[in-house]
Ligand binder design. Structure first.
Ligand SMILES: [Fe+2]
Length: 327
């Protein structure tokens, strides 16, 4: 039998930060995880743990809840803040099994709990499963970043569209925040903004960059970028929520858009937002066939066309308000 459970035996040793004020507990857990093939970093209190993390990173942490000074809940909160969007698993060790303590731990962002006294197999199983989950998350992030890089690279070939999708993503997220979307949704719409035109990778450059009016057949080909974009992003489970945004960012409020001719509130709200921001950024940017127009002029034109059926009129009004407030 192999000496170590296989999922803790990654090519690179997983590093675990253990924080406990009792030396004997630290030694016990250090022995358990060193036997599992992990690199162990120990600290006797929260301040020492934070100092150690400044010097070298860890893959996850196991924190005693009851410690003098900063307790495990607060340390957990700090570690989660520090890790930002990166998944940093935390297990809280408690001698209590009261519901309120678990609620406090969940509110602090803990991923799992273990109650003293515990069996080492119980703890190693929890650690193994969190490290496995972390690895999957990292693989997912990696795949996502490949698609996002591809979207940015695709645009950068053309000086007229360079930076368009990132600007659309950032401005859409800002607008979403103003109208009350939560941070998670703001991040989703930012991603949708960056990826909304990735399907153009499947459309010939000669059509995309044509200066003259497109024929009916060419228009049909360009319209396919919404469907191609959805297909490109579909294999990534983490992008499933934004697939409808990519597919429907050219629908119109009056039902005359593409690819499905959705109308009014049938169009996902994130797609309605993206459609407004996409048009605004295109108007305010230079194109091969025209000079950019000023922000004020672009907003004025969009407001004049508020009831022409392209956009959700209420959202458009809010967008113009937001942009006017910035200028
Ligand atoms: Fe598009």
């Amino acid at each position: 039998m192999a000496p170590y459970p296989e999922c803790l035996m990654e090519e690179e040793k997983s590093s675990i930060l253990i924080v406990d004020d009792l030396q004997i507990h630290l030694e016990l857990m250090e022995a358990i995880f060193e036997k599992e093939g992990c690199r162990v970093v120990t600290a006797h209190n929260a301040d020492e743990a934070l100092r150690l993390l400044e010097k070298s990173s860890s893959d996850m942490a196991i924190l005693d809840v009851m410690m003098p000074g900063m307790n495990g809940y607060e340390l957990c909160r700090r570690l989660k803040e520090k890790s930002g969007a990166r998944f940093f698993p935390v297990i809280l060790v408690t001698s209590l099994s009261e519901l309120e303590d678990k609620i406090a731990g969940i509110e602090a962002g803990a991923d799992d709990f273990i109650t003293k006294p515990f069996k080492s197999i119980e703890l190693t199983t929890k650690v193994r499963s969190l490290l496995k989950f972390k690895k999957l998350q990292e693989e997912l992030d990696h795949s996502e970043s490949i698609i996002i890089t591809l979207a940015i690279a695709l645009e950068s070939k053309d000086p007229y569209t360079k930076g368009h999708s990132e600007r659309v993503g950032n401005l859409s997220a800002e607008f979403a925040s103003i109208i009350g979307f939560q941070e998670k949704e703001q991040n989703l719409i930012r991603k949708a903004g960056v990826l909304h035109d990735i399907g153009k990778i499947g459309v010939e450059d000669s059509i995309l960059h044509k200066r003259n009016i497109l024929t009916k057949e060419e228009l049909h080909i360009v319209e396919q970028h919404t469907i191609i974009g959805e297909k490109i992003c579909r294999p990534l489970h983490s992008l499933s929520v934004i697939l409808p945004v990519i597919r429907h960012h050219h629908e119109r409020w009056d039902g005359a858009g593409f690819p499905d001719g959705l109308k009014g509130e049938q169009i996902p709200v994130m797609a309605r937002i993206l459609s407004i921001v996409d048009t605004f950024d295109a108007m305010a940017s230079e194109r091969p066939y025209r000079r950019p127009i000023s922000i004020e002029k672009a907003l004025k034109k969009m407001e004049e066309e508020k009831n022409f059926g392209q956009w959700d009129p209420v959202l458009l009004e809010r967008f113009v308000e937001m942009m006017m407030g910035k200028s």
